[in-house]
Design a protein around this ligand. Structure first.
Ligand code: SF4
Length: 293
C-alpha cells in the first residue's frame, strides 16, 4: 500500500519517519525495502534497523525495573504475574451487580472510596479515567504508575505523550469535545497503583474489573483499544501475547476491540511503533465502517 502524504504526516506526529527512496544517498549504500516491508515501513527508519518479526512477549508496559523485568511467554493468566504478595481487601468489594447500576457520578465516587484490595493502602489517589463520557473511542491501559498516582490521570509522562501523539495522528484528543468520533475515554484496568509498579495480580484485577466494565457500558464506545497484556487479559480473558492478538478485530460484549502495544513498551521497542500504527489504522477503519452502517 502506498503511503499517502496524509499518512506520512500522521506518522511524523507519532515520531516516525517513513522510508522513501533516498535520492541524495548513493544507491550502493541503500537496501531497497521488500514489498512486504512497504506495509510497515516506518520503524526501520526510526530505529535504524530492519523491521523485526512479530514479538511473542513483553509487549506490555514496563511495570518493573527493566533489568529485572520478567518476560513471560504463553503463560496462563494466573502464572504470568509477579510472585504474589499479600493483597488482602480492606473491605468487601461492591457486588458487580451493584456497580453495574451506577451512573457516572456514583461510579466515580465508588472508585474514589474503594478499599476492595490492598492497593488502596499505598495509593495517593485513585485514577478513574479521563476523556469524554460519550466517546466513540475507548482506550484501556493497565495500571497507574507513579506519575498517574500523583496526578490522578491515566497515561501521563512519556508514555502518555506518545499516546497523545498517536491519538492526534488520528484526529483524536483526550479532552476533545464536539464530534463524538473525535472523542476518547481513557481508563486503566486497575484504578490504583501497584507498589513499585509491579505487575497487577489476578485478585486485584478481579476486584477492580466491575469498574472498568461499567465504564465501558457507560461510554458505549464504537471501538475499544486494549493496550498491553493486562488490558488484554482483563477484556479478552487471554494470556496470548499481544503480538499474536493484534492485527485483527476481537469483540468485547459486542463492541469491536483491537489489541495493540502499550505506549510504554513502544518507547523501548521502536520497531513495533509501525505495528501499533497499523493497529490504530485498523481501529479507525472499524469505526468508519460502523459509522457507515
Ligand atoms: S485497585 Fe480497584 S479494587 Fe483495588 S482498591 Fe483500587 S479501585 Fe478498589
Amino acid at each position: 500500500m502506498a503511503w499517502s502524504e496524509r499518512r506520512r504526516a500522521m506518522l511524523e506526529e507519532m515520531g516516525l519517519r517513513v522510508w522513501q527512496p533516498a535520492l541524495a544517498v548513493p544507491a550502493a549504500t541503500v537496501t531497497a525495502p521488500r514489498a512486504a516491508d512497504l506495509q510497515a515501513p516506518v520503524a526501520a527508519a526510526a530505529a535504524g534497523a530492519v523491521v523485526a518479526p512479530p514479538r511473542l512477549a513483553a509487549e506490555s508496559a514496563p511495570r518493573v525495573p527493566a533489568a529485572n523485568a520478567p518476560q513471560p511467554v504463553l503463560q496462563p493468566v494466573l502464572q504470568s504475574v509477579q510472585p504474589a504478595q499479600p493483597s488482602r481487601p480492606s473491605q468487601p468489594a461492591l457486588p458487580a451487580a451493584d456497580v453495574a447500576a451506577l451512573d457516572w457520578g456514583a461510579l466515580r465516587a465508588a472508585v474514589a472510596g474503594c478499599r476492595a484490595c490492598a492497593l488502596c493502602e499505598g495509593r495517593r489517589q485513585t485514577v478513574f479515567g479521563v476523556g469524554h463520557p460519550q466517546a466513540h473511542w475507548m482506550i484501556v491501559g493497565e495500571a497507574p504508575g507513579e506519575q498517574e498516582d500523583a496526578t490522578g490521570e491515566p497515561f501521563v509522562g512519556p508514555a502518555g505523550q506518545l499516546l497523545d501523539s498517536m491519538l492526534a495522528a488520528l484526529g483524536l484528543a483526550r479532552l476533545a469535545e464536539g464530534d463524538p468520533a473525535r472523542r476518547v475515554f481513557i481508563a486503566n484496568t486497575l484504578k490504583c497503583r501497584p507498589p513499585g509498579n509491579r505487575n497487577p495480580q489476578p485478585e486485584e484485577m478481579q476486584r477492580c474489573e466491575p469498574f472498568l466494565v461499567r465504564q465501558i457500558q457507560l461510554v458505549r464506545p464504537r471501538i475499544v483499544l486494549a493496550m498491553g497484556r493486562f488490558a488484554v487479559q482483563a477484556l479478552l480473558r487471554s494470556s496470548e501475547p499481544v503480538g499474536r492478538l493484534r492485527g485483527r478485530v476481537h469483540r468485547y460484549e459486542g463492541v469491536p476491540l483491537v489489541v495493540t502495544y502499550h505506549p510504554a513498551y513502544l518507547l523501548r521497542n521502536l520497531p513495533d511503533k509501525a505495528r501499533a500504527w497499523e493497529d490504530l489504522c485498523l481501529a479507525a477503519d472499524v469505526v468508519e465502517r460502523e459509522a457507515a452502517r
